[in-house]
Design a protein around this ligand. Sequence first.
Ligand code: RIB
Ligand code: CA
Length: 307
Amino acid sequence: MAQKVILDVDTGGDDAVAILLAGHHPATELAAVTVTHGNAPLVVTLDNTLKCVEHGGLRDVPVYAGAERPFIADPAPLDPVQNRSLPLPAPTLRPQPGHAVDFLIDYYMGPDGPGTILVPTAPQTNIALALLKEPRLAQRIPRIVTMAGAYLEGNVTPSAEFNIFADPEAARIVFNSGIPITMVGLEVTAQALVTLDDATKLKALNTVQAKVAAEEIRAEVQWFMDTLGWTGGQIYDACAVAAVIDPGLLETKPVRVEIELTGQHTRGRTVADLSGYQKKQPNVDVGVKIDRARFMRVLFEGMGRGE
Ligand code: RIB
Ligand code: CA
């Protein structure tokens, strides 16, 4: 029986790979995609998401438009590699009627809710708004597996990872909700680097999803190579989906994680008490290690699956 998932995205390239993996891997059933601001303004992330589902072989997956801006934060600085329109034909698909937050509430208060893992790969504004509007969601969402955070170094500031930095107030609501959370942060996404050679091999699978994913991976990897001199790139959001597909590929540790809201240099930090010396109740299963070989196997399984 495939695991039902809902992705909450700010499509950019790595979100697109995550959507394609969740939608095509036999171990997962992509029930819906909700969209928010983040990598780009909502109008761009929504258009990119519609392009991805339409041209990636997932036309039947419903897409809902959500929050256009963070709770309080000013919109985060946008990185040109992510703030772009995916190089795919304009979508003919339209988003579903209604707001993503209302969809999340109706879905999780309904019969399929408790069996559906929520996978935010974006600023967590939609999730937090839904929890504020319908607090009973905290007892209905079985687990959140999120690409977010970092307990060592951030990627927007030395302290903060983008998805948290973009809306720290929302992240605090989610991390304090009591919902079981698996945090797939930068420490593990950096252990699962993908290379241009991997992108070439993925494209050779010649499935509709592989062709779309390979181009997005190529663009992301090229940025890491050109900007940081790395030999591969982080396909951040795909790691979160892979952790749902094959939980054993991610080693986690139960940790108390607080979201910093006020520090001049630390706002948006996931402050993780890894040693547990504060003796506070852990609220997050923090990813500390990822098995790159198992991640790559999951990625090729999903991209290679024919229709
Ligand atoms: O920090 C990486 C995260 O920020 C990824 O989800 C990427 O898509 C951007 O949203
Ligand atoms: Ca994202």
